[in-house]
Design a protein. Structure first.
Lengths: 416, 118
């Protein structure tokens, strides 16, 4: 058996699309898609100074085909025309693009608000003050441990200190509403209260999201994804603290524990969200960088608008799920079958349970996978090919000293 | 009563998150002149429209095309009530539309129109 890939029915054989209902719940409208995304993720570069073990986009090295400044401006012009009011900018590390600050100003001047994710490497006092003066920009600093020990094992030695320095600079500059962005893992799931306290101490807002087996995340997912007991605790914590914490609505699979979590409990891939990658490729969602979810490129004729409105892949995604094992489950209305990308990259069928299904069906499905199953992998990989300073130790690789003499003043010297 | 409106706030990944209503309460008087707030944009969608406030970054969804027409026409009429009549909103639907407009006023999507004369 091979991995079950989403079936691409030829248009002639496709069943007729059911008509969009009139009125009713928003979620039922969203399943049929929108004329433009509500907001979209735009990874500006695959270049990154870090080499996080769980990087969703396998970033590291810059892609030489990266969109130029002029091409990026053209995308912003198009988003303005389509009335996309907000983009989430990421990477890679977006701030290492020399034109990052220009593009930020350009977007804001064209009514496209920017929220960008950064590890904080470029957020010195001057940049922090500049951001504090800029309206319509949001910053989120990535941190995957409330302590350096937990964080640096996944994100690399020194990355905790870099993030804290950036948070200090933003707070000192009087920046409002900046975020601390945490991917919940088996190693930090017990630190939620500590994350909240740390975030509060900077006057910032906490944002926690789900770990997906995407990019290099696939290599560490078995080791890092929260246990069932941790998922239960996380659900209780979200019910108790949900009002003050952002989640990107990424934990909707937990709604099947009982009470629905606040927000949109639906996979928005290709319906209300999508991803533009650094070379202009448009994917159904940020966690689905794989050719099966590639809808087109902004450089193609008709640009982004044509991809969003006319791609065959997105048309396929804009239907309510009507078949598959999950639709027969009593909790289907709560979790809607969970995350498409999580299923895909763990080799599970897309109309079956999420690998982290809280009713336990995911574990059963994972156990039932063929022993010879090769899980799908993206051929898009920009990981650093050589050693990286402060490399994460999660995979058992020893950290590389910043300078050879950090280890021993005599290291590397041939004294014979 | 059918809900014509959903209020949301944008979080990352495009996921809108429900938020509390803004503290700056504006009492909605249907007899007064109103208009779409100047910092608000309306984006047509198959089910109605998406409303976005550039100032408080709040997002709302108008789930009826008639409501979209009402919001767009507010500034052309001496009062909200007159707008509803002009847009063909029947007596029976009036309370639902007035409630939706009151919610829009509370989230600052529509504002009193100083140029209008009641």
């Amino acid at each position: 058996m091979t991995a079950v890939l989403p079936s691409r029915t030829p248009p002639s054989a496709r069943p007729t699309t059911p008509d969009r209902p009139v009125g009713g719940r928003l979620i039922d409208q969203f399943e049929y898609g929108l004329d433009a995304p509500i907001c979209l993720t735009w990874e500006l570069t695959y270049a990154c100074n870090l080499a996080c073990a769980h990087c969703l986009s396998s970033s590291g090295r810059r892609d030489p085909r990266e969109l130029s400044t002029a091409e990026a401006e053209a995308v912003i012009d198009e988003l303005q025309r389509m009335q996309v009011f907000y983009v989430n900018v990421g990477g890679g590390e977006p701030t290492v693009r020399p034109d990052f600050w220009h593009l930020l100003d350009y977007a804001i001047a064209h009514d496209v608000g920017v929220k960008f994710s950064t590890n904080g490497i470029k957020l010195d006092r001057t940049r922090a003050a500049q951001l504090a003066r800029t309206d319509y920009v949001d910053v989120q600093i990535s941190l995957d441990g409330a302590t350096a020990e937990v964080n640096d094992r996944v994100r690399g030695t020194g990355s905790y200190a870099t993030a804290i320095r950036a948070l200090e600079n933003l707070a000192e500059a009087g920046m409002k509403d900046f975020k601390v962005s945490v991917v919940v893992t088996r190693e930090n799931a017990g630190q939620l209260d500590e994350f909240k306290a740390l975030t509060d101490s900077f006057g910032a807002q906490l944002r926690i999201t789900r770990l997906r087996p995407s990019g290099r995340g696939a290599d560490v997912w078995d080791e890092l994804h929260p246990t069932m007991a941790q998922q239960k605790d996380l659900y209780q914590w979200l019910l108790a603290n949900g009002d003050g914490v952002l989640t990107g609505d990424s934990f909707f699979h937990l709604s099947a524990f009982g009470e629905a979590l606040p927000g949109l409990n639906l996979c928005g891939a290709g319906r209300v969200v999508c991803l533009i990658d650094p070379v202009g490729d448009v994917y159904a969602c940020p966690f689905a960088i794989h050719e099966n979810f590639l809808a087109g490129n902004v450089r193609d004729e008709g640009g982004f608008q044509r991809v969003w409105q006319s791609s065959e892949l997105f048309a396929d995604l804009r239907n309510p799920q009507t078949g598959g094992a999950c639709t027969k489950c009593a909790h289907f209305d709560a979790c809607r079958g969970g995350c498409m990308a999580a299923k895909f990259f763990t080799g599970l069928p897309l109309d079956g349970p999420d690998p982290e299904c809280v009713q336990g069906y995911g574990e059963t499905a994972l156990a039932a996978r063929d022993l010879e199953l090769v899980t799908p992998r993206s051929h898009i990989d920009h990981s650093h090919s050589g050693p990286v300073r402060g490399q994460p130790t999660l995979l058992g690789i020893p950290p590389i000293p910043a300078k050879i003499c950090d280890e021993s003043p005599l290291a590397g010297l041939d004294l014979r | 009563m059918r809900r014509l409106l959903s209020g949301r706030h944008i979080d990352s990944h495009g996921a809108p998150v429900t938020t509390a209503v803004s503290p700056a309460e504006v009492a909605f008087d249907p007899a007064a002149p109103w208009r779409r707030a100047r910092s608000v944009a309306l984006r047509p969608e198959p089910f109605g429209a998406l409303v976005y406030h550039f100032g408080n970054r709040k997002l709302s969804f108008l789930k009826s095309k008639t409501l979209v027409a009402v919001v767009e026409a507010l500034a052309d009429h001496p009062s909200a009530s007159a707008t509803l009549v002009a847009c063909g909103v029947g007596e029976a639907q009036r309370p639902a539309y007035e409630k939706a407009l009151a919610d829009l006023a509370r989230s600052q999507m529509i504002e009193p129109n100083p140029e209008g004369t009641p």
